[in-house]
Design a binder for this molecule. Sequence first.
Ligand code: 4AD
Ligand code: MG
Length: 461
Amino acid sequence: SLLIKEMYRNTEKFINQSVTISGWIRTLRNSKAFGFIEVNDGSFFKNIQVVFDDTLQNFNEISKLPISSSIIVEGKLEATPNAKQPFEIKATKIEVEGLSSTEYPLQKKRHSFEYLRTIAHLRPRSNAFSAVFRVRSLAAYAIHKFFQDRGFVYVHTPIITGSDAEGAGDMFRVTTLDLLNTPKTDDGEIDFSKDFFGKETNLTVSGQLEGEAYALAFRNIYTFGPTFRAENSNTTRHAAEFWMIEPEIAFADLKDDMELAEDMLKYIIRYVMENAPEEMEFFNSFVDKGLIERLENIVNSDFETITYTEAVDILEKVNDKFDYPVEWGLDLQTEHERYLTEEVFKKPVFVTDYPKDIKAFYMRINDDNKTVAAMDLLVPGIGEIIGGSQREERLDVLEARIKEMGMNLEDYWWYLDLRKYGGTKHAGFGLGFERAIMYMTGMSNIRDVIPFPRTVKSAEF
Ligand code: 4AD
Ligand code: MG
């Protein structure tokens, strides 16, 4: 059958023609002799209206169909210049494909996002989630297109890994052990040498280290895959399973890295605005008023750049506004990040050159020996959306840093090799995909931009 999207995009071609569509009933109203059905066929954000009357032999059956029943409709597509929708189908035949139960939980009234989270398997049928997950799909495509058009090689980094890329320890362990038969060492610890991989392994927190290996072969690469963090942060911006995009570029420094990040983010936003206008209109009207205008400003103006030290100077002056006072050497909290982007600059802000002690081991140490060539991109409404850095390419400095941080040099043998065999200046960053979707749609909870969210105490689906 014909897809609704086709009808909306090539209306002229189908007006006054016989068409057949198939889809699910979103709403149904009827009187004695005729009725209206809004059908969604999944191909498009919008519905199509079907008009039927008692010339249909199954008029009574159709009139009583519960919402969400699936039907096949034959009829004529007619222009309706005076109505809200541009056209409708005058049905000549309606077949019932699958009857829905009258207990279908998504009735016409608007449901809260909290409620819809409890029916994650049905929520993609609602308008809001239809829009969110179409945008998510398009944004993923835009990201691939952005990098592929620029010659970046897409690298599939491992999900199961023996290294801790961030050195932060928030990892989910991978083991085949069945708990009753766990091999133990003499001290009663789990004996990973007897486990499947013969060593302790985890779900990856980032593909960066492996990405670096490929950047030093292909020059410009990106990863785009799931990452896992066992952070016990029950916030609207943290998930235990989230997707990350991590480009890595060789012969490049922090400035090149920030340019790439800004170009990429603007590209994705533009792409989604151009290719999902109906969905964006929906978010602008029902989720976040003024969203489109704000996004247009973002793609048409330059991001701000300040150093961490400058940010601290600004924030310290208004410390009375914060739950956690700012002080040089402490990491910025979401409240500080949001103050910078929402109150001070009112646009995306790169904060650079953080103290080395609050950042990962692989970041390049600056000449001051106190800060590293790091950048976080902060955006209004969310805070950190991107984290990146120039990488430490000097073998001796990197080795010293790994030791200084109490990490095991042997665990990083292959990573250190990359500095031995023609190391170059290189840099990269990670974009949190869900945070990017939140930013583009105005959705305010990460649980509402990933189909089946995994967060603390929640993995029902
Ligand atoms: O700042 P992060 O931890 O940086 C890295 O992992 C680096 N290896 C990236 C790189 O340089 N290649 O994470 C990057 C981004 C964050 O800015 C945030 O947007 C997102 O990943 N992120 C999360 N998103 C959702 N839930 C979580 N628990 C997240 N943790 C990080
Ligand atoms: Mg970060």
